[in-house]
Design a protein around this ligand. Sequence first.
Ligand SMILES: COC(=O)c1ccnc(N)c1
Length: 204
Amino acid sequence: MHDLRTWTSDVHRTVDDTPYGGGPGMVMRPEPWGQALDAVGAGTLVVPSPVGKPFTQADAHELAALDHLIFACGRYEGIDQRVIDDAASRMPVREVSLGDYVLFGGEVAVIVIMEAVTRLLPGVLGNADSLTEESHAAGLLEAPVYTKPAAWRDREVPDILRSGDHGRIARWRRDQSLLRTAARRPDMMASYPPSSLDKADRKA
Ligand SMILES: COC(=O)c1ccnc(N)c1
């Protein structure tokens, strides 16, 4: 964790100023950012931002494969664009958005991104199989899950899940994933690769 004010030189340790071109709010000054990024060295710079590329599970996997991630947390109306452009001349830069909304700063977004990435690192999850079955892993939303008791408030667990027939259970889960994804995330269905259908699906 680095305090951006470390790289200021005025008595008030100023990190922001008014925007060129006018408009509300303040913009983060380039000088402190430039010196801060110089000081932390090279790596992949991840900048959480409302104007970034939507962050996906695929991005989490890509970031988990990298050795050195640097997170820049913007505040106010954002970071002077020249900071991003200057950094991009020396290292990979990813501006990523967690969704269509605005936060006070990038810090909370970094916590989300770090959790999505670190849970993918070898040895972090007790059961690596969890990673292959979870939502977005295969391009679909995960099927509904159930545990004991078999009946709860007059609601029964689907019989198929208690049948012991693992082939049929896998088929039921795939069907449920497709139904749930089609209902809630038609955008994912549009990009769902038919090639990823498992053998059972192809035989049908
Ligand atoms: C200041 O950062 C944000 O407001 C932000 C970061 C990442 N994703 C968003 N949707 C917003």
